[in-house]
Ligand binder design. Structure first.
Ligand code: FAD
Ligand code: FES
Length: 348
């Protein structure tokens, strides 16, 4: 049975099989969200009145004490009766891109680096999103969904570009590095996530630093191209970290951007080998070495949880304001035996 749920005076119906987050996003009402799989805690909200079923909310993300004090994970919980919730911050109930289900056709499959593929998905109708957001892909032949960031700008709304790193034995990897073929049909759902460029009116053209590990480059490509097109003279520095030269891709695209925009530069950082033309070590450390103060800059981090956490520390060390730090962690959907670093190394 469905139940109504409201935030800041905006009331929507939540179907029995929908999470609170899904119900709001499908109605175009914003809620903070990142992983949509119960692992990051970004979507935590306060239940003011009513009652929710926490369903699969993991105890690591939502503790027993938090449940007892009325907190819930919007991406997991369902209202059992009419319920009112509150969010922290000033953006409660604002409008956002509507979350939609789409059927896409695979129009490109390209090996771009070791164990890394570019997958292009053609859409029949354009998808409205902000550069940096992601879509969920329903892995064909399974009931499993996996999130993948869009490398597109918002104008590139008919062919979605995903960069995928193989996880040995992974459900999505088995398909994306196995039988996937041009012409296949696949269900996607999006857009999701709060890792995206601000609206054009709110973009002040401040200097930016972007740090990506492995396929964490994908959303940064959309974000950097959007930000530079708006403010062609802005300073933007991208640190792109991988293990070895064989893991790098799209450096030609980055070089083209650097040629087109004088304020844009990029640094490739290899953690496991020494090669001419690349820095050694970890991308957040290279940033700390190069930039004495990032006061007034915005920071954009994407890749493994370890890379993102190291990047946050590096930004704070260089005086970046916490509100200007944006991050997307490529957390696996299922628990890991150990935190191996497929999207980029942990800092030393
Ligand atoms: P699964 O079946 O999920 O995992 C198989 C096994 O490997 C499990 O035991 C699992 O715990 C373990 N495992 C999974 N990932 C890792 C890892 N990184 N390190 C160590 N062990 C692991 N990935 C991309 O390549 N490109 C993207 O653009 C991208 N965007 C994402 C955006 C968001 C918001 C999030 C949360 C994740 C994103 N990911 C991205 C990760 C992606 O969604 C999948 O988790 C990844 O592709 C593995 O899925 P799988 O089904 O192949 O493996
Ligand atoms: Fe809900 Fe991550 S825990 S969006």
């Amino acid at each position: 049975m469905s139940a109504a749920i409201s935030v800041s005076g905006r009331r929507v119906e939540c179907a029995e099989d929908q999470s609170i987050l899904e119900a709001f996003l499908r109605a175009g009402v914003w809620m903070p969200n990142s992983c949509n799989q119960g692992t990051c805690g970004t979507c935590k909200l306060q239940v003011l009145c009513g009652e929710v079923d926490h369903r699969d909310s993991p105890l690591e993300t939502l503790t027993a004490d938090e449940r007892a004090s009325g907190l819930a994970l919007a991406c997991q919980a369902r209202p059992l009766v009419e319920t009112e919730v509150a969010l922290h911050g000033s953006e409660m109930g604002r409008t956002t891109h509507v979350l939609r289900d789409l059927t896409a056709t695979v129009v490109g499959v390209e090996d771009i680096a070791r164990d890394t593929r570019r997958i292009l998905l053609g859409l029949e109708e354009p998808l409205a999103f902000s550069a940096g957001q992601y879509v969920e892909l329903l892995v064909p032949g399974t009931a499993e969904r996996r999130p993948y960031s869009l490398a597109n700008t918002a104008e590139e709304d008919k062919v979605l570009e995903l960069h995928v790193r193989r996880v040995p034995g992974g459900v999505a990897s088995e398909w994306l590095f196995g039988p996937v073929a041009v012409g296949d049909r696949v269900e996607v759902c999006g857009p999701l996530g709060d890792f995206h460029v601000p609206d054009a009116d709110d973009d002040e053209g401040e200097p930016m630093v972007l740090i990506g590990g492995g396929t964490g480059l994908a959303p940064l490509l959309g974000i950097a191209r959007t930000a530079l097109a708006r403010h062609p003279d802005r300073t933007a520095v991208l640190y792109y970290g991988v293990r070895t030269e064989a893991d790098l891709y799209d450096t030609d695209r980055l070089a083209e951007l650097a040629e087109r925009y004088r304020g844009f530069s990029f640094v490739t950082v290899l953690s496991r080998e020494t090669r001419p033309g690349h820095r050694g070590g970890y991308a957040p450390d290279a940033f700390v070495e190069d930039i004495a103060s990032a006061r007034g800059w915005s920071g954009w981090l994407c890749g493994s949880p370890a890379l993102v956490e190291a990047g946050v520390k590096a930004f704070k060390r260089r005086r970046m304001a916490p509100r200007l730090i944006h991050r997307e962690k490529f957390e696996p959907a299922t628990p890991r035996p150990a935190l191996a670093e497929i999207y980029q190394e942990p800092p030393g």
